[in-house]
Design a protein around this ligand. Structure first.
Ligand SMILES: [Zn+2]
Length: 261
């Protein structure tokens, strides 16, 4: 890690000599693996191109496995996290990234364009991920927009890379777990039993919200070194869900319908 940082510090100094004016905003390369050799001037150029058109941008170049692009605005600053597959990309791709970050009418087109770009550069992703493995859009409920909505509202860096999928049906059981959060993969799984017409949207959203809170408030050890998964802080945040009481009541009333007899 130390060695890696030294390498990038060195690389940034080298690159600084080749760029005319320093772009506004931070460039963070600390997430790149040390054995990845990228053209540092190309990285700097990408940052400069984005910063010039977005009035400053903090850029993190990632080696993510799942989330290739994310753009947020926080405290008046643009924060972009881009997979290194974007280093050296063309003008049209820069346009799409700028549109994604700035928002506006064309943002859906930009998203589509970038999805295509990602699909065309899958070979740059460290471990090939089976895209079929993640399925956010179900028969009746689409988890993607729910995740996006609450990610935006909670507005925390830790949520930038979280991804979501419907889980698979396991064996029949007398208990059911509606959702889970996988810290290693930054992945929310939602139980497929919730993907039914009679399950209200707000309840599914409540589960998504609950699992996102797990990403924000990891388990802690209490005084007797017991693992506390739902801390006071977690519960306090959970109660902020707009239809919290209604969600709990719905769960109480409908739980038997999910369980095998
Ligand atoms: Zn929980």
């Amino acid at each position: 890690m130390k060695q890696q940082q030294d390498f990038w510090k060195w690389a940034e100094r080298q690159a600084a000599d080749e760029v005319d004016s320093a772009p506004e905003g931070q460039l963070d390369l600390s997430e790149l693996p040390p054995d990845l050799r990228l053209s540092v001037p190309d990285i700097q150029q990408l940052h400069a191109d984005l910063a010039a058109r977005l009035d400053g941008v903090d850029l993190v170049i990632t080696d993510n496995l799942r989330r290739m692009v994310s753009a947020r605005r926080k405290q008046g600053r643009h924060r972009l996290r881009l997979h290194h597959m974007f280093v050296g990309c063309g003008e049209e791709t820069i346009d799409a990234l700028v549109t994604l970050a700035a928002g506006g009418d064309d943002v859906d087109d930009a998203r589509q364009y970038l999805q295509q770009y990602v699909d065309n550069h899958r070979d740059k992703i460290s471990f090939e991920v089976d895209p079929d493995e993640l399925q956010a859009c179900g028969q009746h409920h689409d988890l993607g927009p729910m995740l996006d909505k609450w990610r935006e509202r909670l507005d925390e860096d830790q949520l930038d890379d979280v991804v979501i999928t419907w889980g698979r049906y396991g064996k029949g059981s007398r208990t059911i777990r509606f959702g889970s959060y996988d810290f290693d993969r930054e992945l929310i799984r939602v139980h497929p039993a919730l993907d039914q017409r009679w399950v209200p949207e707000f309840f599914v959203e409540f589960i998504v919200y609950h699992e996102l809170l797990h990403a924000l408030y990891p388990p802690v050890q209490d005084d007797s070194s017991r693992r506390v998964v739902h801390t006071d802080e977690f519960r306090r945040m959970e109660r902020k869900f707009p239809r919290y009481q209604e969600a709990l009541a719905w769960e109480r009333n409908n739980l038997p319908r999910f369980l095998d007899d």
